[in-house]
Design a protein. Structure first.
Length: 193
């Protein structure tokens, strides 16, 4: 391993202080505070920035792809996915074609993610690994999906989403109840030899 560091830290505070002393011109947007005793740091007051307007936020976003770009990208994606499916079927001739992805697949994916984050699917004898904050985020995403798709789903899709949302929320409530009953356990004390 080389003795030469991979990065170098440069303290620019001294250079900046020298520049300020040379210029001695207060900025119109930053009123000058009285000098601190001993030449220490000075308070610089700046105007608070207002929240960006909707048009400023839109300007900050990259341009959306054109309809032509979207069509070309979709065609390339479909061709690539078909090549992959052909390769899988060549290796396993008994495997049929994959069914088309539906809304129920999306809901099921969120359901499985939330349940795994809450420790489901842990092998027997192993301690479950719980990501309670990740589970909460996944459940909240399901709720956003339910809100944004309200009125646009078939009866079957709506029932599936409502059922899954109910089940993951109930699992979350049970898990958080167990966590709060256990309380936070202090780490075991270190034994001195």
């Amino acid at each position: 391993m080389s003795d030469k560091p991979k990065f170098e830290v440069i303290d620019r505070r001294k250079i900046k202080a020298d520049e300020e002393q040379e210029n001695q011109l207060p900025s119109a947007s930053q009123p000058e505070a009285p000098p601190a005793p001993g030449g220490g740091p000075r308070l610089v007051v700046s105007e608070p920035k207002s929240a960006p307007s909707e048009t400023e936020e839109e300007a900050a976003l990259p341009a959306a792809p054109t309809a032509q770009q979207s069509r070309e990208q979709k065609a390339a994606y479909d061709a690539s996915a078909q090549r992959l499916e052909d390769m899988v079927r060549a290796q396993n001739p008994a495997a049929g074609a994959q069914p088309p992805i539906t809304f129920e697949h999306l809901v099921q994916q969120f359901y499985v993610s939330a349940m795994i984050q809450m420790g489901a699917g842990t092998q027997e004898g192993q301690r479950p690994r719980v990501d309670i904050l990740g589970a909460r985020t996944t459940i909240d995403l399901l709720a956003v999906l339910a809100e944004k798709t309200r009125g646009n789903l078939t009866d079957s899709e709506s029932k599936t989403l409502e059922t899954v949302l109910f089940e993951v929320r109930m699992a979350f409530l049970e898990l958080t109840r167990m966590i709060t009953l256990q309380g936070v356990q202090p780490p075991p004390p270190h034994k001195k030899n």
